[in-house]
Design a protein around this ligand. Structure first.
Ligand SMILES: NC(=O)C1=CN([C@@H]2O[C@H](COP(=O)(O)OP(=O)(O)OC[C@H]3O[C@@H](n4cnc5c(N)ncnc54)[C@H](OP(=O)(O)O)[C@@H]3O)[C@@H](O)[C@H]2O)C=CC1
Ligand SMILES: O=C(O)CCC(=O)C(=O)O
Ligand SMILES: [Mg+2]
Length: 474
């Protein structure tokens, strides 16, 4: 591979992929993007910790050969005006498969569309994995943050992030509104006399079956690797309002888990049906139906029949394999409406584990969940596809803090921990979490955690000092 303005390290080897899993040599070449804004501070601090952890864990037997590539402001400086996402950088990520990045700026309302989203789409990194877990001693606005231990599995390529939008007043927006108002809406009886306001901007929200199911499949595979008590997958959606997008995500999720993971899972509704029969072995189908549907008595005969049929079908299909309490050993799959899950992770955090979401809901939810465990400085993430993975923090470039050597590198470091775990380098990953936990417990923290501690830590550590403190605690 020849590049225009970058050169890979002269030592090191490529990570390759087999059946979606990385095959990692002892000296992998890993491209990194420093990032805009606070990326200037975060990357050098993080690289120091990654290298020290790998050195301490493997004593030179393993080593990362970092390959600097450019995206964002740095790319424009190197490749020229508006060259935010140079071909060189895309080619390097494609060639080496696993990369890590700092945050990249997306100007609001115009200019470039998100570079972060573009990278996810170009490399089909369909699962955005964002764990939110509490490290002892981290200050939190919540009384029991340790009860939250969730992993958000956010669909990462579609939904409104596809970016298909038309500006209010543009010729295409006007044409589309006319087509909708005069043809498509009147042609769909369920839409009645609804009309799109003539001065509306228009955005499209595509949610596909394939996109939803591959995300849920990955979430289920992850659940299988968790301890029994955490084997739960919650499908998060706003299907009560958006039936054919968000509601479909939920339905396709259930369809996938009850076909591909039939032996390993039970849905919440199935567990009620099985549980009713376990408590009352001679329960009739209708009584069972009444107990799983609180509004049963008020339903039409048709609907009652449907629920009875559902009860019958479940008992026939899985009583043998899941009945008599066997379902309690399986992955519990349930669903929650999106607004309610924001409340649930605060009031009943320990009832949740993996939260499978569409793109926008997952974006909101991952910032909110990170806040509970200490803030965006503690929110890591990974964008995973079948032949590529890019690791990055949940937060953005926090421009007001850029270049001041003050922000918390915890989120990028924990993203690196995810990368090392993905590579199978668990010993190095564990050293970083150990060092980070010890530094926090010792009140050696950056400003974001320092200001919330009781009493506040004064002065807080700089970003670079925090990195060094973590290494001291390996
Ligand atoms: N994946 C990516 O690269 C992402 C990029 N962005 C982009 O980043 C830019 C800025 O977005 P913005 O809305 O300000 O959101 P940010 O996530 O960048 O920052 C919001 C606030 O979160 C806190 N914060 C963020 N990072 C850290 C950290 N490492 N340590 C401690 N606190 C932190 C700060 O809070 P406080 O000041 O209160 O201490 C900061 O002001 C935009 O262009 C946006 O599009 C946004 C999200 C993700
Ligand atoms: O790319 C952006 O500007 C924002 C992305 C974002 O908020 C996220 O991925 O969480
Ligand atoms: Mg976000």
């Amino acid at each position: 591979m020849t590049y225009e303005k970058i050169a890979p390290p002269t030592t090191g080897a490529k990570i390759t992929f087999q059946n979606g899993e990385p095959i990692v040599p002892d000296n992998p070449i890993i491209p990194y993007i420093r990032g805009d804004g606070t990326g200037i501070d975060l990357w050098p601090a993080s690289q120091l910790v990654f290298d020290a952890a790998v050195e301490k864990a493997y004593g030179g037997k393993r080593q990362i050969s970092w390959f600097k590539i450019f995206v964002g402001d740095e790319a424009c400086d190197t490749y020229g005006t508006y060259q935010y996402l140079p071909d060189d950088s895309l080619a390097a990520i494609k060639e080496y498969g696993v990369a890590i990045k700092g945050p990249l700026t997306t100007p609001i309302g115009g200019g470039i569309r998100s570079l972060n989203v573009a990278l996810r789409q170009i490399f089909d990194l369909y699962a955005c994995v964002r764990p939110c877990k509490y490290y002892a001693g981290t200050p939190s606005p919540h009384r029991t943050p340790e009860k939250l231990d969730v992993i958000i599995y956010r669909e990462n390529t579609e939904d409104i992030y596809l970016g298909i939008e038309w500006k209010q007043g543009s010729e295409t927006a006007d044409r589309l509104i006319k087509l909708l108002n005069e043809d498509l809406i009147p042609g769909t009886p369920e839409h009645g006399k609804k009309q799109i306001p003539l001065d509306a901007g228009i955005g499209i929200k595509p949610i596909s079956k394939k996109g939803s199911q591959r995300l849920v499949r990955r979430a289920m595979k992850h659940a299988l690797r968790l301890p029994k008590a955490k084997q739960m997958v919650t499908l998060v959606h706003k299907g009560n309002i958006m039936k054919y997008t968000e509601g479909a995500f939920r339905d396709w999720g259930y369809e996938l888990v009850t076909s591909e993971f039939r032996a390993e899972c039970v849905t919440e509704r199935e567990s009620w049906i099985l549980g009713n029969k376990e408590r009352q072995p001679d329960i009739t189908l209708e009584e069972n139906a009444r107990q799983i549907d609180p509004g049963y008595n008020a339903l039409t005969a048709d609907k009652k029949e449907k629920i009875c049929a559902e009860v019958k079908e479940v008992l026939e299909a899985i009583w043998e394999t899941h009945g008599n309490g066997q379902w309690k050993e399986k992955i519990m799959v349930n669903d929650r409406i999106a607004d309610s899950i924001f409340q649930q992770i605060q009031t009943r955090p320990d009832e949740y584990s993996i939260l499978a979401t569409m793109n926008l809901n997952g974006d909101y939810l991952s910032d909110a969940a990170a806040a509970i465990v200490g803030g965006l400085g503690m929110g890591p993430g990974a964008n995973i596809g079948d032949e590529c993975a890019i690791f990055e923090a949940t937060h953005g470039t926090a421009p007001k803090h850029a270049g001041l050597d003050r922000v918390n590198p915890g989120s990028l470091l924990l993203s690196g921990v995810m990368m090392l775990e993905y590579m199978g380098w668990q010993e190095a990953a564990d050293l970083i979490t150990k060092g980070l936990s010890a530094a926090i417990a010792n009140r050696e923290v950056t400003y974001d955690l320092a200001r919330m501690m009781e009493p506040p830590v004064e002065p807080p550590l700089k970003c670079s000092e925090f990195a060094k403190a973590i290494i001291q605690h390996f």
